[in-house]
Design a protein around this ligand. Structure first.
Ligand code: HEC
Length: 145
């Protein structure tokens, strides 16, 4: 990992944990938004709207792997409701499965990062990572009201 990536990963992790203690709902939404932004940058490459750039893909996978580590800690009993959240109560009834899905998402992101070295390997390996998004949302996130 290069130095800039390492520093930004450490900063992201410490900011997440600092905010997470005072406002877990805001922290998990911000983390989710950061993951979605990273995925959006990669989506442009997938759609041919941006040229393939290994750096963009690897940075996105890193945001996903780091974010997924922080996520289970951002759903404490005290943050089921209040604020604007689309997290379904089911999360707290099935915490082990919910946390396992974050672990799988993080693991898939890291495995993809190890496999992706060029555009062909990107096309082959990235899909497995983003399958996790809807897989979790379908069960644990309320539809848009
Ligand atoms: C293991 C479960 C899980 C995975 C995996 C997951 N999400 Fe989410 N996501 C959630 C939950 C739960 C919420 C609702 C959080 C809340 O409102 O408190 C959410 C919220 C969001 C939001 C709304 C953020 C906001 O509040 O504005 C976006 C965008 C999003 N996810 C995108 C993604 C993308 C893109 C991926 C995959 C690259 C992904 N998510 C993977 C569970 C997941």
């Amino acid at each position: 990992m290069n130095r800039t990536l390492l520093i930004s990963a450490i900063m992201a992790a410490s900011i997440t944990s600092a905010i997470g203690q005072s406002d877990p709902i805001a922290a998990r939404r911000d983390t989710m938004k950061a993951i979605a932004k990273a995925n959006g940058d990669v989506g442009k490459i997938s759609k041919g709207e941006a040229p393939f750039k290994l750096e963009t893909v690897q940075a996105a996978l890193k945001v996903m792997a780091e974010g997924s580590k922080a996520m289970p800690g951002l759903y404490p009993e005290t943050a089921k409701a209040g604020g604007e959240t689309r997290a379904l109560p089911k999360i707290w009834d099935a915490k082990a499965d919910f946390n396992a899905q974050w672990e799988k998402f993080g693991k898939d992101a890291m495995e993809a990062a190890a496999k992706i070295t060029d555009e062909a390997s990107f096309k082959a390996a990235y899909g497995a990572v983003v399958k996790n998004c809807d897989g979790c949302h379908d069960v644990y996130r309320a539809p848009k009201s």
